[in-house]
Ligand binder design. Structure first.
Ligand SMILES: [Fe+2]
Length: 201
């Protein structure tokens, strides 16, 4: 089995004006595809990895043969992180359900959550990702460098934002803050709530 790029469940322009069509198309068809191609190359001679789910592989990185571990971490991380990211994007969905209550309990309010998320995304140096995760039963924010994924540290991702420049530079250039503000309009809270319900089972 070759790992393949999944189609998005929405059109490239459906997050406009917050995330533009051109960025979405290049991000998905070129960047995400390249991570998957490079991941496939890395595992070419390892049939057991060719047939395993990427989430499973990244959750057990120490079991990946050492000579390809870094490639799997980088390209496999890019493969998984983007797949996860696409699924939590949708325009104009209000926060709801248990995740909303948990955020309010943990952060005080949705506004305070967004404020902390934004500060973390702005203070992260270079490329990477910002995550809302469930760790030992508690919500928590963290950022990871490069294509590192929190699932490799046993943490459960609930939502994420790609803060590589390729995710926003065409529309926002160096204004990462504006991109983060725009992101708050395109979080699919329904799917984030599903991720949370799955995580607390
Ligand atoms: Fe990306």
């Amino acid at each position: 089995m070759k790992h393949i790029l999944s189609l998005l469940e929405y059109d490239y322009d459906s997050l406009e004006p917050y995330i533009d069509r051109q960025t979405m198309e290049i991000h998905h068809k070129k960047h995400h595809q390249a991570y998957i191609d490079n991941f496939n190359k890395a595992v070419e001679n390892y049939p057991e990895l060719k047939n395993k789910d990427i989430r499973e592989i990244l959750s057990n990185l120490n079991k990946v043969p050492e000579d390809i571990r870094l490639s799997v971490k980088n390209h496999g991380g890019g493969y998984f992180n983007h797949s996860f990211f696409w699924k939590i994007l949708k325009k104009d969905i209000e926060p709801k359900g248990e995740i909303k209550e948990a955020i309010e309990r943990q952060f005080g309010s949705l506004e305070e959550f967004q404020d902390k998320f934004k500060k973390l995304a702005l203070s992260h140096f270079g490329s990477g990702w910002v995550w809302l995760i469930l760790d030992k039963g508690k919500l928590s924010l963290l950022s990871t460098p490069n294509q590192d994924s929190p699932i490799s540290d046993g943490k459960i991702p609930l939502l994420t934002l790609d803060i590589w420049e390729h995710a926003y530079y065409l529309k926002y250039q160096n204004k990462r803050a504006d991109y983060i503000d725009a992101f708050f309009h395109v979080i699919d809270w329904s799917n984030v709530n599903k991720n949370y319900q799955e995580a607390i089972k």
